[in-house]
Design a protein around this ligand. Structure first.
Ligand code: CP
Length: 313
């Protein structure tokens, strides 16, 4: 992958994705070979929204590569609370770190940050926009379980606001994958995302009922229905129950079905699914380590190559 930043899954070609995932496999097979590879470098963890998995796995991944990490802490304890702009904040942090991971509630925040700094920026979620490093670990999980071609993938839940969905759907267009989107009408994929997917020639269909497609799926990617986005709570309760699965729901699924979820879950996957062979969401979360190590290793390598080219001029 020859990229300076990771901002959106749409920037990734099939070759880019396979290069990172091949490296993630190498990391998983022999993590010691990557230890101290980037000793002396610092990763800034800039989280303007809550996170458990993304923040902690990037922190752990960086340390396993020999990097130090620094964080902003609680947004209320940073100078953002005094009204500092995002562009000023990242320009300052650029002087303290060699790479930056940014989560922000505003769509486009990572694009803006990348325009203002010269160190690598990873978009760790920008509002309802994109979450491309999550997508890389999702793809790694799918590849390790099924490969990435000749697949049927169902993506269910809140497709309107789910940034992991927008990134995953875009990335899957690089592969021979039939995509099925299952949601209430009110939470369909945004028109702009549908348009972009159609432009790639992607094979996609939309459903309101999981039963229409469950038996055909190799992967069911479940997402949380975001209660807080509904103007009418009754409407949430009306649709949410239809998009919850339990072990009995999966009676009609293929034995090889892989159930994924970016987590955190609330009640969209019942705990009895955890006991089935379908449950893959904890493995998926753990894949954040080798995949984010591979991603950081790649971006740091690219940045070092850029510096050498600049020095040779
Ligand atoms: N999947 C994910 O992004 O989880 P966090 O919000 O805990 O980082």
């Amino acid at each position: 992958m020859r990229q300076d930043h990771l901002i959106t899954a749409t920037q990734l070609s099939r070759d880019d994705i396979e290069a990172v995932l091949d490296r993630a496999r190498e990391v998983a097979d022999d993590p010691g070979a990557f230890a101290d590879r980037h000793a002396g470098h610092v990763l800034a963890l800039c989280f303007f929204e809550p996170s458990t998995r993304t923040r902690m796995s990037f922190d752990s991944a960086a340390k396993r590569l020999g990097m130090e990490t620094i964080g902003m802490g609680d947004v209320d304890s940073s100078s953002v609370s005094k009204g500092e702009s995002l562009s000023d904040t990242v320009r300052v942090i650029e002087g303290y770190a060699d790479a930056m991971v940014l989560r922000h509630p505003s769509e486009g925040a990572a694009t803006l940050a990348a325009e203002h700094v010269s160190v690598p920026v990873v978009n760790a979620g920008d509002g309802a926009g994109q979450h491309p490093s999550q997508t890389l670990l999702d793809l790694h999980t799918i590849r390790e379980n099924h490969g990435l071609d000749d697949l049927t993938v169902g993506i269910m839940g809140d497709l309107k606001y789910g940034r992991t969905v927008h990134s995953l759907a875009a990335a899957l267009t690089n592969f021979d994958v039939n995509q099925h989107f299952i949601s209430p009408e009110s939470l369909r994929l945004p028109r702009s995302v549908r348009f972009d997917l159609h432009e790639t020639g992607a094979q996609l269909r939309e459903h309101t009922d999981l039963d229409d497609v469950l038996g055909d799926l190799d992967v069911l990617y479940v997402t949380r229905i975001q209660k807080e986005r509904f103007p009418d709570e009754n409407e949430y309760h009306r649709v949410a129950g239809e998009y919850q699965i339990d072990a009995e729901t999966l009676d009609d699924a293929s034995d090889d079905l892989t159930v994924m979820h970016p987590l955190p879950r609330v009640d969209e996957i019942a705990p009895d699914v955890d006991e089935t062979d379908h449950a893959t969401y904890f493995e998926q979360a753990h894949n954040g380590i080798p995949v984010r190590m591979a991603l950081l290793d790649t971006l740091m390598e690219n940045a070092e190559a850029d510096e050498e080219t600049e020095a040779d001029r």
